[in-house]
Design a protein around this ligand. Structure first.
Ligand code: NOJ
Ligand code: CA
Length: 704
């Protein structure tokens, strides 16, 4: 392995000859280079080049603190060193088994030239697929506690990129993406979250990942990795200067945004850099920047598909609550049960039977526990939910025993309603209840304004809440799938029990939002934005696309084939078959795909795609060597050509094809689907039409 580390003096003008030497670090394949420099005032800067094109021009680095001078300038380099690193590590489950982690690192140690002579290290890692850097605050005499009021990391761009963005919301990521030029981003007008009315967007900022496409094919995505004990980063947009600047999520309870005792380091600031859209999805930069597995053997969790008592509540067929009343501080059955409660023993058994019959490993049960009568729209939500007491019509012993007998696992549900004190207090008891029943996965939820008041979902307080809950859950062999979560930053490498999360506008919006739901382009954008951060619990597989029996004014805005393709396109080790049992039973042919499709992959090949237009992904199932392929398109129909050269040599496969019918259209004819079974091999090349809002799903099984 080769590492290039140059100390060069740039003399563009006489005065610049007096500037400090620059440090250049290149990626292992030498396509990306990063320069670090201090100007005459001792202000730190970095630049990034990709294939000799400037990507990030001089951008400064620093911090503002409460009650002390900022880290702005007046620095000198006291030491700098480089190292090269190359390893291949394995995911316990994931998009692929083997992950190559190959980078060159530069560590620059800075110290203020006068006054307190405080120290700051900046560590840069340059990979073939991008750049990561973070700040380290080393242990030192004159600086023991940092009260950070802002982080000032600039990303000064060189082009007015086409940008795929959501607003810099401090509470939720459940927004539709906008596609505009960087110079036309206006986050103030894009707040679309009809039912989750809480949000705080103080400035023209975007949330990450934000993905940019350049005129000459350069693709960039900005995000962060290893968000631990720090605030989430939004990116403030300067539409004139074409730049982003870090803007941390704050709190109304403190005048600072992050408080840390030294020594500590920040999360990594990441820039994924590729010259085509598929390689963005293929990038492992975010997980690679996280520390290795700290949990050891996690074989107690198995990736699985799941059904559940869920969509029926979003459609209004049943309800989470039972109709209890609070009497003397205790939830009591006072005879007011309305009879619409969804999580009954009987209903859950129906899902268990259906799952067992269809090669689906799990059943999620929402609304099983007391408290749902007062979970939303109430100011005082502490002490309302109880994570161990079932409603009277739900027999936990009976249900779990029945599930076990059928080889199905019950997935626990903890809706915290963002009442953090109540949840924190009950975690040990709740997770040990799960352990007792042999449940290894919990879906948690954080709907509503955070309690304690003044905190936001994405600030330091909540980052710690989410991370600590997952770390605690691991002690009870429980894996976590959080909704209304903090963003994914690759921590699943360190804590593999962080299996999946929401953190986007999920399928549920199609059931009830008043703005028409998620448009056909939604997931072709998500695949190149949110999905770069990590696994997504989108809850695909709605077959009854229009559900007129329940909601006349809502629908899913894709074809049925598109819904099937999502099992491959969207990665998650827990993948829901979200529709009602009766809707699946009425459609055995497309159900076959859900029955067959894998959830754990040894290889992923992103075959083709353009951000926001379409994407085609093939994944090889871990263990069987069978392949599954998914392709989705936006509101435009198109013909895609698939080259099957990713298949094994000298192997014949049976391919079951699920494709849009001739008249398929996401709105006019979403259920038009065609089925075909053919033989395939490595040399096959086939063309498929995708309808407006359409898709394609193929299962490709080895023939003997
Ligand atoms: C919002 C979650 O996204 C959804 O999946 C869940 O059903 C509700 N909260 C209730 O917890
Ligand atoms: Ca949600």
């Amino acid at each position: 392995m080769r590492i290039k580390f140059l100390l060069i003096v740039i003399c563009i003008s006489l005065s610049s000859c007096l500037m400090k030497p620059e440090t250049v670090l290149v990626s292992p394949d030498e396509a990306i280079s990063l320069e670090f420099s201090l100007n005459e005032q001792g202000k730190p800067f970095y630049t990034v080049f990709f294939k000799n094109k400037s990507i990030i021009k001089e951008s400064s680095l620093g911090f503002d603190f409460e009650n002390s001078k900022p880290f702005l300038d007046n620095f000198k380099v006291i030491k700098s060193s480089t190292t090269a690193f190359n390893e291949t590590w394995q995911m316990p489950w994931g998009e692929q088994l083997d992950v190559v982690n190959n980078y060159n690192e530069l560590r620059v140690e800075l110290q203020e030239k006068s006054d307190l002579k405080r120290k700051l290290n900046i560590v840069f890692k340059v990979y073939n697929d991008g750049v990561g850097f973070r700040y380290e605050f080393p242990k030192q005499d004159n600086f023991s506690e940092a009260f950070i009021t802002e982080e000032n990391t600039q990303f000064n761009l060189t082009e007015d990129y086409k940008t795929f963005w959501i607003p810099g919301d401090w509470d939720i990521y459940e927004h539709l993406y906008s596609t505009t030029k960087l110079s036309e981003i206006d986050a103030s007008v894009k707040r679309n979250h009809p039912s989750l009315g809480q949000t705080y967007i103080p400035e023209n900022a975007v949330n990450t990942p934000v993905t940019l496409v350049g005129k000459n094919g350069i693709h960039l995505s900005f995000h962060e990795a290893a968000l631990v004990n720090y605030s989430g980063m939004t990116l403030k947009v300067d539409t004139d200067k074409l730049s982003f600047k870090s803007s941390l999520v704050g709190s109304r309870n403190t005048t600072y945004k992050v408080k840390r005792t030294l020594p500590f380091h920040t999360p990594w600031r990441t820039i994924q850099i590729t010259d085509n859209a598929p390689d963005l999805i293929q990038s492992n930069l975010i997980v690679n920047l996280n520390e290795p597995n700290k949990l050891g053997d996690v074989s107690w969790f198995t990736p699985m598909k799941y059904t559940g008592v869920w969509w029926e509540m979003h459609l209004g067929k049943s309800s989470w609550d039972y109709g209890m009343e609070m009497v003397d501080g205790k939830w009591t059955d006072t005879g007011k049960a309305h009879g619409k409660h969804g999580a009954t023993t009987e209903n859950v058994k129906r899902f268990i039977d259906f799952s067992a019959k269809n090669n689906i490993g799990g059943v999620l049960v929402e609304g099983w526990n007391t408290g749902w009568e007062r979970w939303i729209g109430f100011e005082d939500r502490e002490g309302v939910f109880d994570f161990v007491t079932p409603y009277p019509d739900y027999n936990l012993d009976e249900v779990t025993a029945y599930a076990k007998e059928k080889g199905v696992e019950i997935i626990m549900h903890h809706e915290t309603s963002a009442a953090t004190a109540t949840y924190e207090k009950q975690q040990d008891v709740a997770y040990s209840l799960m352990q007792k029943y042999g449940m290894h996965a919990v879906k948690s939820g954080y709907v509503g304004k955070i309690l304690p008041k003044g905190e936001y979902h994405h600030g330091q307080y909540m980052v710690n809440q989410y991370n600590n809950a997952a770390i605690k859950a691991a002690k009870y062999q429980v894996a976590v799938n959080a909704h209304e979560p903090i963003k994914a930053t690759g921590l699943r490498r360190t804590y593999p029990n962080i299996i999946s999360r929401e953190g986007l506008r999920g399928q549920e919006f199609n059931a009830w939002s008043s703005d028409g739901g998620n448009p056909p382009e939604h997931l072709p954008i998500v695949a190149f934005t949110r999905m770069l951060a990590g696994p997504i619990d989108y809850t695909p597989g709605i077959f009854n696309i229009k559900f007129d029996d329940y909601k006349k004014n809502n629908q899913v805005n894709t074809t049925l084939a598109h819904q099937l393709a999502l099992y491959v396109v969207i990665y998650s080790p827990v993948q829901m078959a979200a529709d009602l049992v009766e809707h699946y039973e009425a459609n055995p042919k497309p159900l076959q795909f859900i029955k067959d499709v894998g959830v754990d992959w040894s290889e992923t090949k992103v075959l083709d795609g353009e951000v926001g237009e379409f994407v085609t992904i093939a994944r090889k199932e871990h263990g069987t060597g069978n392949w599954f392929l998914g392709s989705i398109t936006d509101e435009n129909s198109r013909v895609i050509e698939i080259d099957f050269s990713f298949l094994d040599d000298n192997q014949l496969y049976e391919a079951k094809i699920y494709k849009d019918g001739k008249n398929a259209h996401w709105d006019k004819n979403p259920l038009d689907i065609e089925f075909q079974t053919i033989e395939l091999q490595r040399t096959s090349k086939l063309k498929f039409p995708l309808a407006e809002g359409g898709g394609l799903a193929i299962s490709i099984k080895k023939m003997n």
